[in-house]
Write a new protein. Structure first.
Ligand SMILES: Nc1nc2c(ncn2[C@@H]2O[C@H](COP(=O)(O)OP(=O)(O)OP(=O)(O)O)[C@@H](O)[C@H]2O)c(=O)[nH]1
Ligand SMILES: [Mg+2]
Length: 271
């Protein structure tokens, strides 16, 4: 995969003081029929995280792929207990899988990366460094300067830009980001305790940015490549889920603006 030379760019908002205790990372890898990719992605994640010498766990949340994905993870997990396998039965949905993994970990910093090698794990040290510097969210950004989308059909690109444009009124002014739809990010757990992350759809980051207690964000640019193997699960259904999420977020933000003093809480604490 092409590696550009990414440079982190801080988004407005004062970073929190650096964390002194060694924080633990729980990185969820959601999988649905990823047998062709799972071994390589796990290897690349471990190779990227090991030099950091931090406590971490990689949690693969598989929705009964039945294509051998779970068996591959089980084997790797047998020799490396930092790799955990969770299989959900009778459940589907990327968002729900990610929340399922996060809820089964005590880590202070949680994150997600796709299994299909579209997200380069080699970016993890930069994302981690940003978290260590005290930001609340570090995201891998296709739209930040030096980021890119390779081989995307112009229609898909146009829809993606439109989807992001629609988020602009929702995003908090001090922490507005260029890629609120990224599926590769880390977040401080303490910043998402104030709401229950919705389990529908693919766009957890947007929801976190709008509903979470986020004070600061770093975007690290990267080139989003084509899927290397296996098939896409994104489609019209996910597009409709996104529109529904947008509707709910617009409603929340509208309610928030009418309530004084401003409150961020909109639901029960999930963790
Ligand atoms: N556990 C679980 N994982 C899922 C589900 N749907 C998608 N995923 C995983 O979520 C990640 C993203 O899904 P993709 O199909 O690659 O979606 P995308 O990257 O938006 O689309 P492409 O660019 O076409 O690959 C992959 O690791 C999938 O295996 C699901 O229902 N359950
Ligand atoms: Mg993909």
């Amino acid at each position: 995969m092409e590696q550009r030379s990414p440079s982190a760019s801080d988004v407005e908002g004062a970073p929190r003081p650096a964390v002194r205790e060694p924080a633990k990372l729980a990185l969820v890898v959601p999988t649905l029929h990823e047998v062709a990719n799972i071994e390589r992605i796990l290897q690349r994640i471990r190779t990227s995280l090991d030099p950091l010498a931090i406590p971490y766990e990689i949690i693969v949340v598989d929705d009964e792929s039945r294509d051998g994905t779970a068996e591959v993870v089980q084997t790797i997990s047998g020799s490396d207990p930092r790799v955990r396998l969770l299989v959900r039965t009778n459940a589907r949905g990327l968002g729900g899988a990610v929340v399922h993994g996060w809820e089964r970990s005590e880590a202070d910093i949680v994150g997600v990366i796709d299994a299909d090698l579209q997200h380069p794990p080699e970016l993890l040290p930069q994302l981690w460094q940003a978290m260590e510097s005290g930001v609340d969210v570090a995201l891998a950004s296709r739209y930040a300067e030096h980021g890119s989308l390779r081989n995307w059909h112009p229609v898909r690109y146009g829809l993606s830009r439109l989807a992001i444009w629609l988020t602009l009124p929702l995003q908090q002014p001090g922490i507005r980001v260029q890629d609120p739809m990224s599926g590769f990010f880390l977040v401080r757990r303490a910043c998402i305790r104030n709401f229950r992350v919705e389990t529908q759809g693919f766009k957890i980051l947007l929801e976190i940015l709008v509903r979470g207690n986020i004070q600061s964000v770093t975007e690290v640019p990267f080139a989003f490549g084509p899927r290397e193997a296996g098939s896409s699960k994104a489609g019209i259904k996910e597009g409709l889920n996104y529109l529904r999420l947008l509707g709910r977020l617009y409603r929340d933000v509208g309610l928030r603006q009418h309530s004084a003093p401003r409150t961020r809480s909109n639901g029960p604490v999930s963790r």
